[in-house]
Design a protein around this ligand. Sequence first.
Ligand code: DMJ
Length: 666
Amino acid sequence: MSFQRLQNGHVRDSLGGKIDEYLDHRELPMYKDKPYNYSASSKTKPIYKRWRTIAGIALATVTLLYWLGSSNSTDSKPHAKPNKSGSWGWSNKKLGIDWNSRREEVKETFVYSWNGYEQYAWGFDQYRPLSKDGAQMNEQGKGLGWIIVDALDTMMIMNLTSQLSHAREWISTSLNYDQDYEVNTFETTIRMMGGLLSAHYLSNSFTDLANVKDDDKGAPGEDLYLEKATDLADRLMGAFDSPSGVPFASVNLQTSLGKGSHVDDGASSTAEASSLQLEFKYLAYLTGEKNYWEKAERVMEVIDDNGRQDGLLPIFIYPTTGTFMGENIRLGSRGDSYYEYLIKQYLQTEAEEPLYENMWSESLAGIRKHLITYSNTSHLTVLAERPSNLEGAISPKMDHLVCFMPGTIALATTGGVTVNEAKAAGKWNEQQESELRLARELTKTCYGMYKVMATGLAPEIAHFALSEPPHMESDGILESAELTDDPEAEWRKDYEIHHQDNHNLQRPETIETLFYMYRITGDEMYREWGWEIFQNFLKYSKADDNAGYTSLAHANEIPPIEKDNMESFWLAETLKYFYLLFSPPDFLPLTSVVFNTEAHIFPRFKLARGLQTGWERTPRDAQGVMQKAFKKSKTLIVQKPLQHETAPSSLPDEQKAGEGHVGLSG
Ligand code: DMJ
């Protein structure tokens, strides 16, 4: 067996950093070489594992002493610890609002949802809280852990140790990815691989939260999450074996053969192909396996070499050629997380890969130039679509999915510190001011998507009344009207909610944005908006008999029509972001972590151990036109023999938001 160092991703505070440094000098086996069901009992446990446990206990003890020593202050502390009653002793005394108890309500809602699933559908990939039953995605096979794995890290940050133990035991004894089943490459990466990697990170860095009890007899080994993630990643890697390097939409978990989409002429969604990088790059960092890194970043190079105008991409890309299909440009379904992962790749590696920041800036400028417009009378800011190229007409439509973007813009303006901190450090200018203003206005538009509905829960898609011709940002920034409670208020008329778009799928994007907006600006208004939305979920989507919470088929009438499905991202994302929104702002500081597009939590890390950016952007001229003659590449990509099957074609190139993968709301 060959040996190499384990590259653990721990928090970057000084204490964690020292432990990191210590752990990084332990010699560890390559995870790839380990048998699938490897687990370490305390008797056979190698010395490095005992050192890690000792180091973990030392870290926990020192951190606890530090916190206890400061506990006479009402302020929250970095990585603050709960008191004996499990609460965090923190509230907003200024406004008389007890955010601590609001946060506890989120935790109770999670437990209510989890208990329903545990009681009625344990081990199933899908859960119907009204029918009180479950279903597997692979009807011939076993569960893929869809709900359990996606919820792991939420349970960790909520300190739900008994629920976590049950989940961990199921993962150890029942989760087997060796199934002859074709999964969606993206969804499996962001939810399953992302969930396992986040669980690995949190359980190694916050040992008090994720009570693993590795020394208990018969307990699963402490590397369980990482081993499962690595096993899964190796199965998913076949998706990248396309002629271009752009991943196929699907991959067979047993054979690792990639397969083009059954629809869309075999093209992959652009967002899906370009939102695997945080996961595979973090795994490369943890294991030292460069292959994960290279396959994932190659996709970025192929995409960028299309030289698209102003960094705005069509929503489908062919894995065969690496070129785009169609000219539909939007930040909703199939386009969204491409933009998200540009700035997050830059943040993940501590600003050491500036080309991703460069790509993000180019795209954001393109969005402002071509997609930002204003509603007719109330001047709400709209991030619209261009369904037939940038020269074609604007479509005044926003998927709820677009609502991740205001928060991501705010995150990008400061990199994770607060605006006040950025200003104090002299790192604030007019450009950032205007981007933050845009983020604020878009957040308001997303909040209005909730407020305009009878239940106060957003539709899947909203359309907007625009002026003719549409007023663009370059025509002058417009001030939006107040979103008053008056049921007859003018602003409501600017939202057009089509009957077929009335459904609410418990989506997280607006809550995610409120979380970032609160963290970056410190403005309590965003927490208040979140609290209002949270209460509407409690009121209108709760299933009876302790069965959990359900999606709604129609959210614009009272009582709403229920849909009988509890999405895994309700547990993984929506409730997590509510919980974090009501948490002390320095709990899981944005400067230490980066959230993947499924809200799974990864550490930031510096480029090291042979990992580096393997490509350079082909230069653009002053007009942004790519100068092909100057193409440079640092990466030598050796294509493996083609291993994919050709997909049948061809169905319509248009998909509605929320459609997509069998049994999934993407
Ligand atoms: C999640 O699976 C992820 O956030 C993804 O990026 C978009 N869709 C859902 C939630 O709406």
